[in-house]
Design a binder for this molecule. Structure first.
Ligand code: TXA
Ligand code: MG
Length: 323
């Protein structure tokens, strides 16, 4: 199998930017997960993203900007509520919903009248977007429904030569996708739990509503009940009980303590019980358990607070694929 060109995230920027400008696909690190980028002004380039990920055309992309000031240039007048959140949290793991400007081709937003947009808090990502000189449409750089990539190796393994260039910036800092918020109706509605904790949002804007992640209503298909899944069957277990002695090889994903019993593979997210560390390690640990040739992965939920809510959200959706 041929592989994409792997370039260092610092010295590879100019070359990667020219690939973007000429309609190619560049995977790049952000503070959340690796994105699979294309020129958001180019419908053909955006179409290649859907093809590379085997992503259904109804699942819209997030447009990435190098600077918050670019938003006004792209959409014209920015609604006050959007501007306030952008001012407070950009660059950062917050995606905001705005009206789609006509320069953005409908394929990027899957035909929606709205567009998701964010400024990533990552030097290489912003340098890449600035050097390309265009907004960059980028979903997470994994095949649709599978585990998100937090390392360049995950991207290479998952997408292979479907991507032209992978910028390697090492492991991503947050490890969980951005929080998606819609403030168009006044009251902020969280469409996807993510790396920006609800508590931080509520501090800034007061009470926020979380749209229940009911399946079958793909306003944000990251909210589809089944998503973020390893290839190995995955099950949530409230406590780390011993593995059933039926000869099956099982892997265990623990929050902070090692489980009792015979496990073929164990990953501990944070010995210190730190949810931020746990989030940063989540997908990497799941990628490793998925590669460990076990028959089943058993996962312990984490405390339902701060970024822990987004971690549990991802675990529930991963488990839903198998039930
Ligand atoms: O952290 C992130 O957000 C990463 C990095 C690369 O920026 N990107 C990411 O993209 O997670 P993706 O495509 O894996 O998830 C984007 C989510 C999808 O669930 C999509 O349905 C939702 O954003 N979305 C995109 N445009 C939308 C819109 N106009 N309205 C509501 N949801 C939207
Ligand atoms: Mg994704």
């Amino acid at each position: 199998m041929s592989t994409p060109r792997l370039l260092p995230a610092d010295s590879g920027i100019a070359e990667a930017a020219s690939v973007l400008r000429t309609g190619g696909l560049v995977a790049f690190p952000t503070e959340t997960v690796y994105g699979l980028g294309a020129n958001a002004l180019d419908a053909r380039a955006a179409a290649r993203i859907f093809e590379a990920k085997a992503r259904p055309s109804f699942d819209p992309l997030i447009t990435h900007l190098a600077e918050a000031a670019e938003l006004e240039k792209l959409v014209g007048a920015v609604p006050v509520a959007v501007a306030a959140l952008a001012e407070r949290f950009w660059p950062g793991p917050l995606t905001l919903i705005v009206d789609r400007p006509t320069v953005i081709p409908p394929i990027v937003t899957s035909g929606l009248a709205t567009m998701a947009v964010r400024v990533p808090d990552h030097d290489a990502a912003r340098a890449l977007i600035a050097a390309a000189g265009v907004p960059v449409a980028a979903p997470s750089a994994n095949r649709f429904g599978q585990l998100s990539p937090t390392r360049a190796e995950h991207v290479v393994r998952g997408l292979g030569a479907a991507v032209d260039v992978v910028l390697d910036g090492g492991p991503t800092r947050c490890g969980i996708e951005s929080t998606i918020v819609d403030v168009r109706e006044g009251r902020p509605v969280v469409l996807r739990l993510g790396a920006l904790p609800m508590e931080a949002l509520a501090d800034a804007v007061g009470p926020v509503v979380v749209r229940p992640g009911s399946s079958g209503q793909p306003v944000a298909p990251g909210l589809l009940a089944a998503h973020y899944a390893p290839r190995t069957p995955l099950r949530l277990a409230a406590a780390a009980g011993p593995a059933v002695g039926d000869g099956a090889r099982r892997g265990f994903l623990a929050f902070r303590g090692r489980p009792v019993g015979e496990w073929a593979a164990v990953e501990v997210l944070s010995v210190a019980g730190d949810l931020t560390e746990a989030a940063a390690r989540l997908f990497d640990a799941l990628h490793r358990l998925d590669a460990a040739a076990v028959d089943e992965i058993v996962v312990e939920p984490v405390p339902e607070t701060g970024i822990g809510r987004a971690i549990n959200d991802r675990l529930r959706r991963a488990a839903a694929t198998w039930h």
